[in-house]
Design a protein around this ligand. Structure first.
Ligand SMILES: [Zn+2]
Length: 541
């Protein structure tokens, strides 16, 4: 075959292969260093129209992005997966030439933009979006079927970002400040769902249905979703943090799972009330309190959390996926890390919120058991935070869940309950709206509430791998034993939970990394980290 091609053919073939490799080398992963062109504008609003064609596994879409230039720009850049074809681009009302480069869509601006100008970019596109082979761990569309053979569709894109299926500035630092609208068209017989409040549904002449959803609050691009299936709606009522509200809570479930869904959704009001009591009122009351049965395990899609594996309770008897995804409405959706480097804030706070829910509903011992279970999964092979912009895939690590939750449990031990819960409430911005955050902001807040510098705490738990270690030494006095403890690293100052003679553990303050106490000769002194602090004994010398 190759021989018949000749030199010209060979070169052409080489170029073809090179181009394919180049296209494949596109960066789908969300976040990382922001490109200069994408740093030059602020997204004000997205208006997305998308039609789903499950029989062909294709979509048709149109995005209108309203943006504010923050720097002079001659080109406009936005992310979109190469699998999707761009049909046309218009800047304000004028057609504009564009190029596709490594997963970016670059648009030449006929007239350069100046900082402070507001513009609308309209992108019409279509194609076969990436299909997920293992949702939600691998991103993309899920074109599933229900047991009765009806199409059942979902999409998840936390690691790749939304450019898997619509043109988006795929960086967590820019949410549309003026919200988003989604117009979703689905085949006849299906219920189409999206984030936000449904404002209209229209039956089209071809049998399809178009629903329109208005998202009042800023939303991170990976939290945007659509779902379709022969859903039935189950309702509960949320009465608000102070019992004065009467808000519907909606769960869309497949008809064959109505009974399971009802049992699960009955738990939802208590979960939301518990979190609202701890972190401030539910953040998306203007949108909705919603959940949908999805053809994948789960995802915290804003105001429409996805539940797949969680329709049956876990062996613990809890609906763990429901509790976790609802916790994300505060931690991840309302409060979002502005760079994926702080991914631990979203998963660590959501995971610790689960522990708090267990504590409130089943008691302190059950909560301690859950923390100890999380402890066994901590691998601690690298720091939680790298201190530089990172992509979602680079920052994703199992430790952002369990170690993240343990960082908060340890902080609670160090601060005490009242200051700790004040930190949670202030950090969640209760009652203010959506916010982008980072670890440095949390550190400043904790220092202010604690009235002291805790940089030794954050250095150890966020910026290093490995656990702090305590060493015990004992010296006999005339009638007492002098029991001393020292931390490694020496700068570490975490108070130690110490149990004397089998009594309940008490705090031993460890200023400048160590402390001693005198106990009657032979008295047992045990460090009791379980359920309290993330630390380990130094190995015997
Ligand atoms: Zn999560």
């Amino acid at each position: 075959m190759l021989g018949a091609l000749g030199l010209v053919g060979l070169v052409a073939y080489g170029l073809h292969v090179g181009r394919r490799l180049w296209q494949r080398a596109q960066i789908l992963d969300s976040g990382g260093p922001l490109s200069a062109l994408e740093a030059g504008y602020d997204v004000r609003r997205y208006e997305l129209a998308v039609a789903l064609h499950p029989s062909r596994r294709t979509i048709d879409g149109r995005l209108v992005a309203t943006v504010l230039a923050t720097a002079p720009l001659e080109r406009f850049e936005i992310d979109l997966d190469r699998r999707l074809d761009v049909k046309s681009v218009a800047v304000d009302a004028n057609a504009a030439p564009f190029e596709r480069l490594r997963g970016k869509l670059e648009v030449a601006l006929g007239r350069p933009w100046s900082a402070g100008e507001r513009h609308r970019v309209t992108i019409v596109y279509a194609g076969r979006p990436k299909i997920s082979t293992d949702p939600p761990w691998i991103d993309g569309f899920v074109w599933s079927k229900t047991s009765s053979g009806a199409p059942w569709i979902g999409v998840t894109c936390e690691i790749d970002g939304a450019d898997d299926w619509w043109p988006a500035k795929d960086h967590p630092s820019d949410e549309p400040d003026e919200g988003m609208a989604i117009e979703l068209t689905v085949p006849s017989g299906l219920v189409g769902l999206a984030n936000g409040r449904e404002t209209s549904v229209r039956r089209n002449a071809d049998g399809t249905a178009t629903s329109r959803w208005e998202i009042a609050e800023p939303i991170n691009n990976y939290l945007v979703t659509v779902a379709a299936g022969p859903y039935v709606e189950l309702d509960e009522t949320y009465h608000g943090v102070d019992g004065t509200l009467d808000v519907p809570m909606r769960f869309w479930v497949l008809p064959e799972h109505r009974g399971l869904g009802r049992r699960l959704w009955r738990q939802a009001p208590r979960i939301v009330e518990t979190f609202a009591g701890l972190f401030g009122e539910f953040p998306f009351l203007a949108d909705k309190i919603g959940a949908v049965e999805a053809p994948f395990d789960g995802m915290e899609h804003q105001s429409l959390v996805a539940l797949g594996d969680g329709l049956l309770p876990a062996p613990s008897g809890r609906y763990e996926t429901l509790v976790h995804e609802l916790a994300h409405e505060w931690w991840g959706n309302k409060i979002t890390a502005r760079d994926w480097d702080d991914f631990w804030i979203q998963e660590g706070f959501a995971t610790y919120a689960e522990v708090l829910y267990v504590e409130r509903t089943e008691g302190a011992e059950a909560a301690r058991d859950q923390l100890e279970e999380l402890r066994t999964d901590i691998r601690d092979e690298r720091p939680l935070v790298a201190g530089r912009p990172r992509t979602a895939a680079a920052a994703y690590d199992g430790d952002i869940y369990g170690k993240g939750a343990w960082v908060l449990a340890t902080l609670r031990w160090q601060l005490g309950d009242e200051p700790f819960f004040r930190v949670l409430r202030e950090f969640s911005g209760a009652p203010a709206a959506c916010r982008l955050v980072d670890s440095a902001e949390l550190e400043r807040l904790v220092a202010r509430v604690a009235g002291r510098d805790l940089s030794w705490f954050w250095r150890q738990y966020l910026r290093r791998a490995g656990l702090p270690r305590y060493r015990e030494t004992r010296q006999a006095d005339r009638e007492n034993d002098r029991v001393c403890f020292r931390w490694t690293p020496a700068e570490f100052e975490l108070a130690l939970p110490v149990a004397i003679d089998g009594a309940a553990p008490r705090r031993l303050e460890m200023p400048v990394g160590g402390a001693c106490l005198a106990v009657p000769r032979g008295t047992r002194v045990d460090v009791a980290p379980a359920g309290r602090i993330l630390a380990e004994p130094a190995p015997e010398r």
